[in-house]
Design a binder for this molecule. Sequence first.
Ligand SMILES: [Zn+2]
Length: 721
Amino acid sequence: MATKAASTRKRRLAGTAGQRQPRRQAARTAAKASVRRRRRQLASNPLLAAWTAPFELPPFDRIRSEHFGPAFDRALIENRAEIAAVAGQRAQPTFANTIVALEQSGRRLDRIGAVFFNLSGADTSPEIQEIERKLAPKLARHSMGIYQDGKLFRRVDRLMRRRKRLDLNQEQLRVLEAYHRAFIKAGAGLRTPARRRLAAIAEQLAKLATRFNQNVLADEQSFLMLLEERDLAGLPPSLRSAAAELAKARGLPGKYAVSLSRSSVEPFLQFSARRDLREKAFQAWISRGANGGKTDNRKLIAEILALRAERARLLGFNSAAAATLDASMAKTPTAVRELLMQVWRPAVKRALEERDALQATITAAGGNFELAAWDWRYYAEKVRKAKFDVDEAAIKPYLQLENIIAAAFAVAQRLFGIVASERKDLRLYHADARAFEIKDAGGRHLGLFVGDYYARPSKRSGAWMSGWRSQHRLDGDVRPLVVNVMNFTKGAPGEPTLISLDDARTLFHEFGHALHGLLSDVTYPRVSGTRVERDFVELPSQLYEHWLLEPTVLRQFARHHQTGKPMPAALVKRLQAARTFNQGFQSVEYLAAAIVDLDLHVLKHGKGLDVDRFERQTLAGLGMPEEIVMRHRIPHFQHIIGGYAAGYYSYIWSEVMDADAFQAFEETGDAFDRETARRLYETIYSAGGRRDPADAYMAFRGRAPTTDALLLKRGLTPAPA
Ligand SMILES: [Zn+2]
């Protein structure tokens, strides 16, 4: 309606002028004026202007949501022209005129996309969400237009066939293969009807995934459990003040609140003595995306699965899982299942033992009820205290966010020689985000790291790493701009933010990803930093978690927020001893989600799937303990929607390597052994995807990894088959 009214008005204005001019000329004048206006708008659009801020950071303070639409339109047109130029060349295809040219195209689109998608995850708004709903299918269409371009595919395909004779180095070969695979996955080699259908599926999937994620956020935003003073039984002081802060931030001073952000709800479940409130919070947490009404994701999931299965069939694969795994380290659904089941059996055995210990604690305390899912964390905390004398409430005062950030930097300095210094002069997209310049030991600029640590309603839940620019050397020495986004509960004003051990581990994890981006030292953007196989990408992040619990790290950085005293050596020792505590639960919680993800994506078709029943039956078939709920239930399982079909296993696939890789340090007797760290930098952290991941690992370790270290790390011994 709005557009129609506007155009009527324009015509009327033109008509007025036309009284003294011939009609056609008036129309031309009006058209010219409108072109000029559009040009002025584009010229004043900060997304399209040169970025002159330090490090060529995006001009965050000038970007408004209405700038995105026109900027994306312009960037898409430009990119189409670039692609047409590459595809339409007369010259025979060479690596330079085709692959390098593709690598150099789409820069503006990448830049604008990076700004937009960081905002849509970390600080969204109804306007951004509206743009995203329109944009997602548009981008999918654009991408399919490139990867289904027949002329372009023929060039890439010819190079691929002649690759042995092209005198390419290993990295160039990997880049060529990645492009070729992308064309094949888009159906470039198929007949027109199949290609058209694949393009339509891609667009539809982009729409559905956007809605899925927005629904989860809506369910998270709409829940807030308000508490009074009398409801706080069991909560330690740090948690009480965090709950008070949260209520205040939502405009309810004097009250206490728990949200569905993991760092709010999980500690509540650990400590609240109120079984009724635990149940209420837990039910809301596991029901995200399954509350009926407009934000319910269950029908969406079935549609997504059906489309993914159809896409796989068109591409000649048995299932969606087979299609994604084809380009992974694991290669096949069978290999994935084998690893998952190898850990599943001992994990369930351990979880059942843990359950019995929790039930015994309940009974001993005079409780006359059976352990339920919302009791697990609470009683586990009690058992841990009794068994290891480790008390989360006693650890937290030692874990100040500020110090854990410093610890993550310090570990990187010891391992890789890098130095971080905060830059308070830079303007970022939110007042809570902080920038750090990263330099190498010689003072050379390596990149910029941004940390955005606190939860807020405009932020998607979870934790992730992304960025605005990745490292490469195609147009000079381009350095990365990387961001870590987390969801910690902010401390009260004037008081430090205290985080849980789990949060600290998350911070190290994401910083491991950040290092993978920051230390990247490759030539081509296609294989830069974290652009590696999905089941390899968690190696640098999970490996980095190991250093958090190193005694020298804890002694230096885990300092009591009031006394400033380091964590007592005895507590550090007890923490180490309690490392494998509750690992049955954690393994089962994770593995169940990974197996359900795999099972969903080996389905022949998903149409009309009853998601609840499927989940119930799969878990029952596995022998899932009733007292444990899978880590991400299907209706809010964002990993498998935004990311990959059958991709959640990749954490444990990578863990086989990270557990084994950390042993390489332990074998030297020094967790910071120089030579091992140098090899790790060479083969993993700086190498991006320039070589096959299995080869990269071999180059680091001298042999392939085995699952022994993983089972040891989780305190699981293999059960007899
Ligand atoms: Zn990760």
